[in-house]
Design a protein around this ligand. Structure first.
Ligand SMILES: Nc1ncnc2c1ncn2[C@@H]1O[C@H](COP(=O)(O)OP(=O)(O)O)[C@@H](O)[C@H]1O
Ligand SMILES: [Mg+2]
Length: 287
């Protein structure tokens, strides 16, 4: 039995469950928002492998640890997790992600974890960085907590609660496509050490998340991008991992990796990511 743990439902979860079932294995979904749930200190589930689609995250504008606590408690019962909980943590915490990638020679935007405006100014002066800058919450998702201050006044306003929001300040990568005036970044999916496919996310705005209305187009993955994506999944120890890159002048900055990528975009391009992920989970369950 494979259990998919998630905060809420969604098309990827049901598509994955179907793909696992079509391969002849039982699968159930543990919905952490469902009414009929009580996680006490005896809480166990009957399963051979847990695939978590949640971790630490911003939820309704607050940082929630509930899902993470449930997973960390299940860890005490020695279940198998794919991805591992340490990989999920390292990917949820964008600062830790960039630290690991940078240490392993992967190009990432210059970034600092800040407490307040003073830290932000120290960062700008140390690296001589010009506006615009990027501010984002370490554990946020879906492009919901990304900001682009244009001057000191905006920076001061937007860094007020930095320490309580696990705020990062980051170099802005100008990845606007000069021909079209559109922003196009890249998402590449790696499963089990193989590149499954990728797409460009396209948007009028620098925030390209599909959640915020970005659309997609097929990406022909060149050997540089393939190498970066494989290296990211290797150093992050991700069995299932999407890697997001911002392209600029034939260089690529990795901004984040995702251990629970949506598969809808791949489905639109005719890539059966659900089946590939399902096969990986079944393989790990049997090991
Ligand atoms: N350093 C940056 N320079 C330019 N754009 C950025 C930068 N970081 C993030 N973005 C834009 O904001 C989006 C969301 O940022 P990301 O770090 O992926 O957080 P989230 O978890 O909210 O998706 C990215 O997809 C990209 O479009
Ligand atoms: Mg993102």
């Amino acid at each position: 039995m494979i259990t998919i743990v998630c905060a809420e439902g969604g098309s990827t979860i049901y598509a994955l469950k179907n793909a696992i079932k079509e391969l002849g294995q039982p699968c159930k979904i543990l919905l952490l928002s469902e009414d009929n749930l009580l996680v006490d200190d005896n809480y166990k589930i009957d399963t051979d492998l847990i695939h978590s689609r949640c971790g630490i995250g911003d939820y309704m504008d607050r940082l929630t640890l509930y899902s993470w606590q449930v997973l960390k408690n299940l860890e005490e019962e020695n279940y198998k997790f794919v991805n591992s909980l340490s990989t999920i943590y390292n990917s949820s915490d964008k600062f830790k992600t960039l630290k690991i990638l940078n240490k392993n020679g992967i190009k990432v935007p210059k970034t600092a974890l800040i407490r307040d405006y003073g830290d932000a100014i120290r960062f700008i002066e140390k690296y001589d960085i010009k506006y615009p800058l990027i501010l984002k919450n370490s554990f946020s998702k879906c492009g919901m907590r990304v900001d682009k201050p244009l001057n000191n006044e905006e920076l001061k306003e937007k860094t007020k609660n930095s320490m309580w929001e696990s705020k990062l300040i980051q170099e802005y990568i100008d990845f606007k496509d000069q021909n079209t005036g559109l922003y196009k970044d890249m998402r590449v999916l790696v499963v089990d050490g193989q590149v499954v496919g990728g797409y460009r996310r396209i948007s009028n705005d620098y925030i390209t998340n599909l959640y915020k209305g970005g659309s997609i187009e097929e990406l022909k993955i060149n050997s540089d991008v393939e190498e970066i994506a494989l290296k990211c999944s290797e150093v992050m120890k991700g069995d299932i991992m999407a890697v997001d890159l911002l392209p600029k002048n034939d260089e690529y900055n990795v901004v984040e990796v995702n251990t629970a990528p949506g598969t809808k975009g791949f489905r639109q391009l005719g890539i059966n990511a659900d089946e590939i992920i399902a096969k990986c989970l079944i393989d790990r369950m049997k090991r």
